[in-house]
Ligand binder design. Structure first.
Ligand SMILES: CC(=O)N[C@H]1[C@@H](OP(=O)(O)OP(=O)(O)OC[C@H]2O[C@@H](n3ccc(=O)[nH]c3=O)[C@H](O)[C@@H]2O)O[C@H](CO)[C@@H](O)[C@@H]1O[C@H](C)C(=O)N[C@@H](C)C(=O)N[C@H](CCC(=O)O)C(=O)O
Length: 511
């Protein structure tokens, strides 16, 4: 794969990004945005907080041209394409370099404050089932470009940098994949990681205030505006009519997508005012999963042919809505109801509502929930089960990130849990005790028993040890993370799931 100087100039100019061209004659054989991955004949993108030392390293390693913003002022003789928006330029050039792999894939993009990963895995399993293993996935947890374990990668971002995304898509196409589902974060739009990318189907699960603060969004309006950009970039939209802020969502969807490309879904209620093409209702539910019924309303919806009852082997009533969203989206790219039903009984999402049933210490859930909306939904689901006696949550909050979430975490704990173990998450450069103070300030209900144990492994151990057969322990916020980000370093961590399994084994001997 190569890009010639003429192609680079043309693509940047044609997309209105080029400010000044470069005196560059050759062609590039590699693209990079990090000096550490530069090789001879690399085109380097200078973006973010790029330091002069990185450029020196890149030049020593053979970078032959750079794409830089107008305000990058380091003395260099390397040919430089000056652009207004380097991230957008990187996306445009990466998709060309990798030969527009998105055009070979039926592509679903999923956004939402909560549920993106679970829905993406459900859609991935459904499409895999329908295509005999020809689906790819880009999620917060993993990127999967083919069935071979060598094509499974640990993800670092919810939505990868565009260069990585198109490289993975290209790999997926080379591996024979025909379908792909990916999570699209608000940051993906804010930081132009999906600039110029169009989805066959966009799924909008829900939105509530989150990701507001330094390095993320200045306010909710910005967060909402970024998330709604998905509507501009999708041929068809699957939209949750139960989402908060539905009015601006549907208004914007109708501006961007023709009426027959908008698919609303909602939990069935008696509210005749509300209309959705697809509704669902719980038939039965327990701590392990549920059966729900899906109904289609009107001619457009009936074309889907999905009316019926489905069994979901994943706990959480909120996962029924995620399942329905995945079903409509994958139906629109050719998946059938039979494949969906099979996937719903086999899908496992790493670190999302992973459940351990014990003999004497109740049910344990490992879940990534890390903000008010997702923790409240999880605790509400557990509390709704009349057989549950004591609900314990082990939770903290990351340092130097999502700082505004802390009172919300405390509020959710305050409203619905019986016992909380405040612990460390990814403390980074902050004191976990000070973070715990901020969460605890919102726990004012005297009935909630508060323990503080900053050693996360120890907190999990104590919470399980002190729970009985009809109790539930929720381990929130870290999912399957195998590290704790501390002082800028990923300190190895066993992961919540493995710790819980080990503790149960030591207490009960057979798990
Ligand atoms: C705010 C933001 O988007 N930051 C991302 C951005 O950071 P940055 O540009 O400041 O990078 P930096 O580390 O200062 O480095 C600057 C540049 O120098 C380069 N570099 C760096 C070191 C070196 O030795 N050589 C070198 O060339 C880097 O590749 C980078 O291009 O580019 C980095 C490289 O790709 C990302 O890792 C980093 O994401 C950080 C880790 C992050 O946490 N981002 C969050 C806010 C995020 O994007 N989250 C959303 C999820 C939201 C949701 O849950 O809905 C996501 O999509 O993941």
């Amino acid at each position: 794969m190569t890009l010639t100087a003429e192609q680079i100039t043309y693509l940047l100019a044609d997309n209105g990004l080029l400010k000044t061209g470069a005196d560059f004659k050759g062609e590039v054989e590699h693209l990079a945005y990090n000096s550490q991955s530069v090789r001879p004949k690399t085109l380097l993108f200078i973006k973010g907080n790029f330091k002069a030392a990185y450029l020196e390293e890149a030049l020593q390693k053979g970078a032959c041209a750079i794409v830089a913003p107008m305000d990058f002022h380091h003395e260099t003789t390397v040919p430089t394409f000056r652009v207004d928006d380097v991230a957008a330029a990187m996306s445009i050039l990466s998709m060309a370099f990798y030969d527009y792999p998105q055009n070979q894939l039926a592509l679903i993009g999923i956004t939402g404050t909560k549920g993106k990963t679970s829905t993406a895995y459900m859609a991935y399993e459904m499409m895999n089932e329908a295509t005999q293993g020809k689906a790819a996935l880009s999620s917060t947890v993993q990127v999967i470009t083919g069935p071979n374990p060598a094509n499974h990668y640990r993800a670092h971002l919810t939505t990868p940098e565009s260069l990585d995304l198109f490289r993975w898509m290209h790999e997926a196409v080379n591996n024979g994949m025909t379908h792909m589902v990916m999570e699209v974060s608000s940051q993906a739009y804010k930081k132009e990681r999906v600039y110029g990318l169009h989805f066959n189907v966009g799924v909008f699960l829900n939105i509530s205030p989150d990701h507001i603060g330094p390095n993320e969004h200045p306010d909710f309006a910005d967060y909402l505006a970024c998330k709604m950009m998905l509507f501009d970039h999708a041929e068809q939209i699957v939209l949750n009519a139960d989402s908060d802020h539905f009015a601006p969502l549907i208004e914007r969807a109708r501006e961007d997508v023709p009426a027959d490309g908008i698919w609303l879904y909602a939990r069935k209620t008696d509210d005749l005012e509300r209309s959705a093409e697809v509704t669902y209702e719980t038939i039965k539910e327990d701590l392990q999963g549920s059966t729900f019924r899906l109904d289609e309303h009107g001619q457009q919806a009936e074309q889907l042919g999905l009316t019926g009852e489905y069994t979901l082997d994943m706990p959480g009533d909120f996962n029924q809505g995620n399942a329905v969203a995945a079903m409509i989206a994958t139906r629109l790219v050719g998946t059938d109801a039979k494949a969906m039903q099979k996937a719903l009984t086999t899908v496992k999402v790493p670190g999302r509502m992973q459940e351990i049933t014990t003999k004497r210490h109740g049910t344990i859930y490992v879940d990534y929930a890390h903000n008010y909306a997702s923790i409240a939904a999880l605790l509400h689901f557990v509390k709704a089960n009349e057989h549950v006696q004591k609900l314990t949550i082990v939770v903290g909050a990351p340092g130097n990130k999502g700082v505004s979430r802390r009172p919300g975490i405390g509020k959710a704990v305050n409203e619905q849990s019986d016992v909380v173990y405040l612990t460390s998450d990814d403390p980074q450069f902050e004191d976990p005790n000070a973070i715990a103070d901020e969460i605890q300030a919102a726990i004012t209900n005297p009935k909630v028993v508060v323990h503080r144990q900053m050693n996360r492994t120890q907190a999990i151990t104590e919470a399980i040890k002190h729970s009985g057969p009809a109790d539930v322990v929720v381990l929130a916020g870290k999912g399957m993370d195998e590290y704790q980000k501390t002082n800028g370093v990923d300190v190895p961590y066993e992961n919540d799931w493995a710790i819980a399994k080990r503790v149960v084994h030591s207490l009960e001997g057979d798990k």
